[in-house]
Design a binder for this molecule. Structure first.
Ligand code: HEM
Length: 461
């Protein structure tokens, strides 16, 4: 006998839609998790979603024989711009398989290491900016990290320079992408009945998509007109042949994926860096240990690729940051067949479900009564491996299985390098010593209203 899935009481037809904080839906979902426990159902006017919030249920839903990635309402809207690009493709769409197999080798250890000099160059631009501003000027942390991650991605992936640190105005592509993502989120919350009344917003949405696609198209055309032997993602997309089908990626699929990489790869990593610095400033002992590690391993010299796997404590800081603040706080799956989960809850085939990582990562069954605390030590390799054996899938910030993040090695090298460079060169404090973490949520989360000050330690290296 199955048990009913708990759910907050809602209104006829409207369900729970009006109870959700539109600016910060995650806040409402975590509140319901506290109230209803490891599983609950939320009803919207035209759909419903089952949320799971414990490590045990997340582990069950990570079984790819029983569950597969689901394209949730927000991703469905993003598909208007990038169609069956890697992130938004349905599992059975052929372009996903072709792009996945063509691109996987480009994220291997050697290609990622070969991107190190360009990552280093952009990280240096950020460091120089903060050094020149001096400690009197407040640092808009998430804005500058977003400039950084976009510039790194566009340079390493397609040899395109936004030069965000040298312009006050953002490049039109960046503005269009930001607006497109925010509007995708808003559209996903609207009832289809009222959607046609949002004419101006719909027109702007279409216009933003046009800017994204025409910019990506011109990058592609420029590369075709001036072939290069650079080993970047664009080269992989243009030259790669899918070993399974013998097919190459079409121009349309290349454009979908160029935009996809910029979308998937910038806010996620900039959010990680922002949360990591927030946590470090709030935890001075961890901050001091991280800085000591940088001083011992790198000193004041130039950071090189071989330093990257000699920074275990900073590695653990990044893992612990993503445990407490997964920048993609929930991922979607659906059942392949009718399933009973947790031994008692029936979920129907195709039922949209969400792994609420922001809550499952804090499961006291895994982390005891320190589950909400920032303790990087628990994420050092030895402890991390032990936890992973005992509690599989307890840490899923990069998603699951074949639909897990293809950009993880890229993001990790980038984040380690940037952390090391900033800790090597600055001492950071909060601009407002009373500041406590608040969130801004679009498709990802990042800190809201978080400003730092940075004073140079010992001159730039
Ligand atoms: C997929 C997280 C950085 C490209 C995903 C997924 C997650 C994730 C959770 C799975 C989403 C789902 O199941 O619906 C992150 C985090 C990052 C990061 C936390 C940084 C800290 C990057 C970067 C890139 C990238 C730098 C590009 C270079 C992608 C792509 C997918 C993906 C293309 C779709 C993969 C597929 O389904 O085949 N990411 N990501 N990500 N990510 Fe990332």
């Amino acid at each position: 006998m199955s048990e009913p899935i708990p759910e907050p009481p809602g209104w006829p037809i409207l369900g729970n839609a009006f109870e959700i904080d539109l600016e910060f839906p995650l806040g409402t979902f975590t509140k319901w998790a506290d109230q209803y426990g490891e599983i609950f159902r939320v009803r919207f006017p035209s759909r419903e979603m089952v949320f799971v919030t414990s490590q045990a249920l997340v582990h069950e839903l990570c079984d790819e024989k029983r569950f597969q990635k689901g394209i949730n309402a927000a991703l469905l809207e993003v598909r208007n711009g990038v169609h069956d690009g890697l992130f938004t493709a349905r599992i059975d769409e052929p372009n996903w398989g072709i792009a996945h197999r063509v691109l996987m080798p480009a994220f291997g250890p050697m290609p990622i290491q070969s991107m190190f000099p360009e990552m280093h160059e952009i990280a240096t631009q950020l460091t120089l900016k903060w050094a020149r501003h001096g400690s009197d000027e407040r640092i808009m942390v998430t804005d500058d990290f977003t400039r950084l991650t976009l510039d790194i991605l566009s340079l390493c992936a397609m040899n395109f320079r936004f030069n965000s640190f040298y312009h006050d105005e953002m490049h039109p592509f960046i503005t269009a992408m930001g607006d497109f993502l925010v509007e995708s989120g808003r559209r996903s919350q609207r009832s289809p009945l009222v959607a046609p009344f949002y004419r101006a917003a719909n027109q702007k949405f279409a216009h933003d998509i046009e800017i994204l696609r025409s910019t990506a198209q011109s990058v592609l055309e420029a590369r075709k007109a001036h072939p290069t032997d650079r080993k970047d993602l664009l080269t992989a997309m243009l030259d790669g042949v899918d070993p399974k089908t013998g097919l190459k990626m079409t121009d349309k699929s290349i454009i979908d994926n160029l935009i996809t990489f910029l979308i998937a790869g910038h806010e996620t990593t900039s959010g990680l860096l922002s949360f990591a610095f927030y946590q470090l400033i709030k935890h001075p002992k961890a901050y001091a240990k991280a800085q000591e590690e940088v001083d011992e391993v790198i000193g004041t010299g130039t950071i090189r690729p071989e330093h990257m796997n000699k920074l275990p404590y900073i590695n653990a800081i990044l893992r612990e940051t993503l445990r407490l603040n997964p920048t993609i706080p929930l991922t979607g799956v659906q059942a392949r067949q009718d399933e009973v989960i947790g031994g008692k809850y029936l979920v129907k085939k195709g039922q949209p479900m969400a792994l609420l990582l922001a809550k499952a990562h804090l499961d006291p069954a895994v982390h005891g009564d320190t589950a909400n605390d920032f303790i990087p030590e628990r994420m050092l390799d030895e402890n991390f491996d032990r936890l992973s054996k005992e509690f599989p899938d307890f840490w899923k910030p990069f998603g699951n299985g074949q639909r897990a993040c293809i950009g993880r090695p890229f993001a990790w090298q980038e984040a380690l390098l940037v952390m090391a460079m900033l800790l090597q060169n600055f001492d950071f404090t909060l601009e407002d010593s009373e500041y406590e973490l608040q969130y801004k949520q679009t498709l990802t989360t990042k800190p809201k209203g978080f400003y730092m000050r940075g004073s140079l330690r010992s001159g730039l290296t």
